[in-house]
Design a protein around this ligand. Structure first.
Ligand SMILES: Cc1cc2nc3c(=O)[nH]c(=O)nc-3n(C[C@H](O)[C@H](O)[C@H](O)COP(=O)(O)O)c2cc1C
Length: 187
């Protein structure tokens, strides 16, 4: 049984130089977490092993975002996302997550890894408005409704979902350098 904390309106802020890593099987069950994951989420490594990754799911997150992430991963396309996560304490922490795919020698997908960094305030402010609207629509019209809202939101901006994210979350300066060397350690 997954532990479901009482949700608190309290943010966990963590250093932008702290990267959070987790690896899952193809169904999203956790195979590995780094120390920062345990420290920030409040769950021990032992508690997390084998658990479905929706242990981190925050009720403020629209389902449509996970739908898009999983769709990309299943098609073998690496993807990113801005995610509000739920810690064991019920507090939340915002991350920018880059998802990567590992294949076996036969070329079949073996596992997924997510590299997360803290989301800057301007990213949170922009995405929060979008997610609030999507969640609202989702409650009334389901995931199809929120996906079609996202489509019209992007159409108005004249960008694809990937382009929208790229512009919003591209790592800059020292963070880009640190992140890329960090990823090479875990890949
Ligand atoms: C490698 C990997 C990392 C993930 N990390 C998170 C995460 O940090 N937070 C989260 O809510 N979901 C994460 N997910 C997505 C979850 O598997 C799940 O789809 C999501 O929490 C929605 O849960 P639900 O499908 O039960 O609604 C991750 C999935 C993968 C494959």
């Amino acid at each position: 049984m997954i532990y479901r904390p009482i949700v608190l309106d309290k943010e966990i802020v963590f250093s932008k130089k702290k990267f959070i890593v987790s690896k899952t099987d193809t169904k999203g069950n956790i195979l590995f977490v780094n120390k920062n994951f345990s420290e920030i989420s409040g769950y021990s490594e032992k508690e997390l092993m084998g658990m479905p990754h929706n242990v981190s799911r925050h009720p403020d997150m629209p389902r449509a975002i996970f739908f898009l992430i999983w769709n990309s991963l299943k098609m073998g396309r690496e993807v990113s996302g801005v995610i509000k996560n739920l810690a064991k304490s019920g507090e939340y922490y915002w991350v920018i997550a880059d998802f990567s795919i590992k294949r076996n020698h036969q070329g079949e997908i073996e596992s997924f890894t997510s590299f997360r960094r803290s989301a800057p305030n301007q990213v949170i402010e922009e995405i929060e408005i979008l997610y609030e609207t999507m969640l609202d629509i989702e409650k009334k019209h389901g995931i199809k409704g929120s996906l079609s809202y996202l489509e019209s939101f992007l159409e108005e901006k004249g960008v694809s979902y990937d382009e929208f994210l790229e512009e919003l979350i591209r790592p800059k300066g020292i963070i880009a350098i640190l992140l890329s060397s960090f990823k090479s350690i875990f890949s």
